[in-house]
Ligand binder design. Structure first.
Ligand code: PMP
Length: 448
């Protein structure tokens, strides 16, 4: 099909996630045609530097031939095997064993899904089954963070505290509750310790309000992604984990974005020695080369279900759970993180990324720079003292999006004023230079 007929067919037939539909009809699609390394090429031949790893998922970069070979070999041998009815396949079992070995020691069991939303939904199902099986069926209330994102399924969208995901759907559900985000830039705490203490106190107060005997779990992202890359102080994650243990509720780490080297170590929990009861992963698991997610579960929760309801089958599953091609891809992706040197590259270049973002604090538009590993954001403000936002009439997000495209750069804007960055772990020093050169020009052009 020609570019114009593709654009026309897209306008007529394809519904894009998370856009205003009328605005998309007016604007039209940006057709992406191919990609290699850190660059994406559009249908008009423009080469765009991808500073967002697709949708914070292509952690190994584009065009990794060894992944293509692993996928083809698995497709030829066994393209599909159901995980239902006690069937299984070698790559899925090998991947489960590797995940257990490489995630925090508390996590011993793996349930494969197709992505992050259904990993979150599955976690909720396991938690509910667990409390039923151990004779505490009243534990059905869930707490998550303001600005948190936990997927688009109905339950996950309710754990998500972003209004667009609730619209017209009577969310959050009555059993879903939020506490404040650990958002240092827009909080008035004297120091990190005060912010951490306030988060713990908020969790304790919410559990007391709901009644500990009714609260099942606390869900959080170690660093909030879609809520605007909110980086809590070091120590926050551990403090929240410990608070959950004291309160007798389960702690669930949603590492869909932060997993697989995005923040430095393979998982963000690792950096603080945090052992969650459950952990959700997706994105970097297959690095965008195929859909796949997983929920990892502690032995205590798994045994509670298995031994507490030995006669009951758990009615929850997906046709494509533990897909052998996705699993074969994930195994090769894991090899690239470790033996392929990508974690080491990210460790070496993390400071370069941080310096580049921090240097932009001198720019008149930039009020805050925050980052950990290869995950970062700039928060733009009209006034650095009051931290006031921009007049909507200025249409700053549109101006920035247009300027970024003109300058050959892809990143993501959150709301009106937060720019998020998640480069592939394969980025070179030269690509970081190019990223910051193009980003500075983008900001200058948006102001012009
Ligand atoms: N949890 C988090 C923290 C996420 O960032 C996302 C996706 N951005 C999800 C869950 C949902 O994942 P998916 O889009 O693969 O369903």
């Amino acid at each position: 099909m020609s570019i114009s007929s593709l654009t026309e067919a897209d306008r007529k037939h394809l519904i894009h996630p998370v856009v205003n539909y009328r605005a998309h009809e007016a604007r039209g699609v940006t057709l992406l045609e191919s990609a290699h390394g850190s660059f994406v090429r559009d249908a008009e031949g423009n080469e765009l530097l991808d500073a967002f790893a697709g949708l914070w998922c292509v952690n190994v970069g584009y065009g990794q031939e060894s992944i293509v070979e692993a996928a083809c070999a698995q497709m030829r041998k066994l393209p599909y095997a159901t995980g239902y009815f006690h069937f299984g396949s070698e790559p899925a079992i090998e991947l489960a064993a590797q995940l257990v070995e490489r995630t925090p020691a508390s996590l011993q069991h793996v349930y494969f899904t197709l992505g992050g939303s259904d990993a979150v939904d599955s976690a909720v199902r396991f938690i509910t089954h667990y409390f039923n099986a151990i004779g505490q069926p009243a534990k059905k209330q869930f707490i998550s963070l303001a600005r948190g994102y936990h997927g688009s399924s109905s339950f996950g969208a309710g754990l998500t505290a972003l209004p667009a995901f609730h619209r017209n759907f009577d969310l959050p559900l009555p059993q879903q509750h939020y506490i404040a985000s650990p958002y240092a830039y827009r909080s008035n705490f004297d120091d990190d310790a005060a912010l951490i203490a306030a988060s713990v106190a908020a969790l304790e107060a919410k559990v007391a309000e709901l009644g500990a005997a009714r609260v099942a779990a606390f869900f959080c992202e170690p660093i909030q992604g879609s809520g605007g890359v909110i980086v809590p102080p070091v120590g926050w994650l551990k403090a929240m984990r410990d608070a959950c243990r004291k309160l007798g509720i389960l702690f669930v780490a949603d590492e869909v974005i932060t997993g697989f080297g995005r923040t430095g170590p393979l998982f963000a929990c690792e950096a603080e020695g945090v052992e969650p009861d459950l952990m959700t992963v997706a994105k970097g698991l297959t690095s965008g080369y195929a859909p796949m997610g997983a929920v990892l579960i502690s032995d205590e929760v798994y045994r509670g279900i298995a031994d507490g309801s030995p006669d009951a089958a758990i009615g929850h599953g997906y046709t494509y759970s533990a897909h052998p091609v996705s699993a074969a891809i994930a195994l090769e992706v894991m090899r690239l993180y470790h033996e392929g040197g990508l974690l080491a590259n990210a460790a070496a270049l993390g400071p370069r990324f941080a310096q580049g973002l921090d240097a932009l604090l001198e720019h008149p538009l930039v009020g805050d720079s925050r980052h950990r590993g290869f995950l970062g954001a700039l928060e733009l403000v009209a006034d650095k003292d009051t931290k006031a936002g921009f007049d909507a009439a200025l249409k700053l997000p549109d101006r920035i999006a247009a300027a970024a495209y003109r300058n050959g750069l892809i990143f993501r804007a959150f709301g009106d004023n937060i720019l998020g960055f998640a480069p592939a772990l394969s980025y070179t020093a030269g690509e970081f230079d190019l990223l910051f050169e193009r980003l500075r020009r983008t900001l200058d052009d948006a102001l012009a």
